[in-house]
Design a protein around this ligand. Sequence first.
Ligand code: C5P
Length: 317
Amino acid sequence: MSILRVPAPAKINLFLKVLNRREDGYHNLQTLFHFLDLNDYLEFELKPEAKGIELIAGIDGLDMQDNLIFKAAECLKNYAKQAGRSSAEMGQGLSIKLEKNLPMGGGRGGGSSDAATTLLALNHLWKLDFSIDQLAELGLTLGSDVPVFIRGESALGEGRGERLNKLQIPEFYYLIVKPDCHVSTAEVFGHRELTRDSSPRTIRAFLKGGDRNFQSFQGLEALIQFGNDCQTLVRKLHPEIDQSITLLDEFAHAQLTGTGACVFAAFETQDSAENALKLLQERLLQQTAQQKKNPVIERIMLAKGKNISPVHQLLSY
Ligand code: C5P
């Protein structure tokens, strides 16, 4: 039986404004989503002789029932049944293997991206033929960040982040620092000190000729400078993040993505990003030597920004 191997890309929030709290408890946001060329990989294999869904290489400490990949598969199966759709493939057993490269709780959409890839891949493998709109609606029931991965294009997100207006962003380079801590999105959004009264930003001023394209690195920097409304609170809650921002800020403007924990800085060229990475690594070595170990940073990654998700290219959505 053949195996379908599909990437699940990372995203960053180039800025994130929290506008207000809604009656349903969620927040209305304004955020700019961009993909990165860093991926988890999922392998899907139909097992005609088996029944049910099996998840291999699950995540340590996370029950399979709670895993968003498993939930996405179950959710699609129920949705198909309700819609009266079925196929021979859907009746077979299914094994899903996860190659986890993106750190959990990173603010780079790892779990949401895995869930979106599962919906897109199984829609294809089970020959269900649901539209992107249907999958995005279904994805929103799994998490606010799932729809952008279903649509697979860089976009300005509003509402919970599911009202998406695609936006071509020039593909620059990013250093991503993962501080050695985990942030609870629910805790950040539920915190009384969160800034949740920002006014929406006017993006149009940044778009050349009204065609939703803006080309210069300075244009991108100006958008990033809109800031992340979760950052002040998250820095206060997590000293590792505070110290990571201070450190990365020495080389370029550093900012939180999503509710964290990851922190990013943008660079116009690969050379400048590589150079900053080298200097940052040297600085960490110095600190490590002084303190015997570095408790703050878990990982540093260099990535290129991407406008289109690789899943859509692979599965021809
Ligand atoms: O939608 P998701 O499961 O990712 O949300 C995680 C937590 O973040 C939830 O507790 C939700 O209340 C909060 N959240 C929010 N407003 C958003 C997105 C998430 O309050 N736009």
